[in-house]
Design a protein. Structure first.
Length: 85
């Protein structure tokens, strides 16, 4: 299992358009990618649950990746987060 933490820097947090792109990126991998914030968690492929977490600027999220391609998936999702959030 791979895990990393990321602090959201986007002014409006995780919102519709970039969240949709995140879902598309996550679906490229067979590993399970989970976003966790406090007591809430959602799969990176579940757009409405991800947006329903209410992640805003300044929030720290923990991303866990587990599966056959976890190394590549974790690197790609972390790069995506840095570019979009």
């Amino acid at each position: 299992m791979k895990e990393f933490k990321y602090v959201i820097t986007d002014e409006v947090g995780i919102h519709a358009r970039p969240a949709g792109l995140l879902v598309q990126e996550a679906k490229k991998y067979s590993s399970t990618i989970m976003f966790n914030k406090g007591e809430k968690s959602a799969k990176a492929t579940a757009l409405m649950k991800l947006m329903g977490m209410g992640i805003v600027k300044g929030d720290e999220v923990t991303v866990t990746v587990e599966g056959d391609d976890e190394e590549a998936a974790a690197a790609a999702i972390e790069a995506f987060m840095k570019e979009h959030f």
